[in-house]
Design a protein around this ligand. Structure first.
Ligand SMILES: [Zn+2]
Length: 245
């Protein structure tokens, strides 16, 4: 599905389960002046769907020029190895944060223990505060959810911000504070304010794209998400749950 020039390859799902965090983040594709750019990669559970979504755009992973990682939580970065030709773009502060977790100085169970090997032998472009990639794309730090979170602003036919987990869902946008803060809570609030000033359309890390209209949040893309299971004695592949919104 498309929001102006942004292709939402896999939509973020704002849901948890009784068995824990699902980690279905927004994965977005856009065209930079130097080639295709992917914003976040999802995790292993997304891998075949992501490849299918790229194929539908007549793209293979080798066609991706940049992979921007909003942060290093596993649900955003585990498919990075698919894009071995791409330059990885992330904040220097996020790499430093991951190191503090790996060395036991901080606790964050969603940073993969092998995050350094994901980066090994890769072309990496580090963001210090803000990186202007081209005339339409800028990537800027939005600390709070993690100390080195980034968001991407795109100025095309609309001013769109891919928020990463600085804003995971519409509730966080409205409340002005994220639910999960591994960084600093005041910084998290300021990051949400900064994002609000940078766009008119917002694509959260785990929710549908929206804009603010006269009635409040107006969603611009959809979620169609279902859960099926092989739960004997029900039929195989029985639909257990469906969300269409
Ligand atoms: Zn996260």
């Amino acid at each position: 599905m498309r929001v102006h020039e942004i292709h939402i390859l896999l939509p973020g799902i704002p849901a948890r389960s009784g068995r824990g965090f699902l980690g279905y983040c927004t994965i977005a594709l856009l065209s930079s002046e130097e080639g295709w750019l992917l914003f976040d990669t999802g995790h292993y559970g997304d891998r075949s769907l992501l490849l299918d979504a790229l194929a539908k755009e007549s793209l293979s992973p080798a066609d991706i020029r940049y992979v921007v990682l909003s942060h290093l939580h596993y649900d955003h970065c585990l498919n990075l190895p698919l894009f071995s030709e791409a330059t990885v773009v992330l904040a220097k502060r996020e790499l430093d944060y991951a190191k503090t977790v790996l060395t036991g100085r901080r606790t964050d169970h969603t940073i993969p223990e092998f995050v350094e090997s994901l980066m090994k032998s890769r072309r990496v472009r580090l963001i210090h505060s803000e990186l202007t990639l081209d005339s339409r794309i800028s990537i800027f730090e939005t600390p709070g959810h993690t100390p080195g979170c980034v968001a991407l602003s795109f100025q095309g036919t609309a001013r769109i911000v891919l928020c990463g987990d600085a804003i995971k869902n519409a509730w966080e946008f409205l409340r002005g504070v994220p639910d999960t803060v591994y960084g600093d809570i005041s910084a998290a609030r300021r990051s949400i304010e900064r994002i609000k000033k940078r766009g008119t359309i917002f694509v959260p890390g785990h929710d549908r794209a929206f804009r603010i209209g006269a009635q409040g949040i107006e969603f611009l893309s959809q979620i169609e998400w279902s859960v099926t299971g092989d739960v004997y004695p029900r039929e195989k592949d029985t639909e257990i749950f469906r969300l269409v919104t």
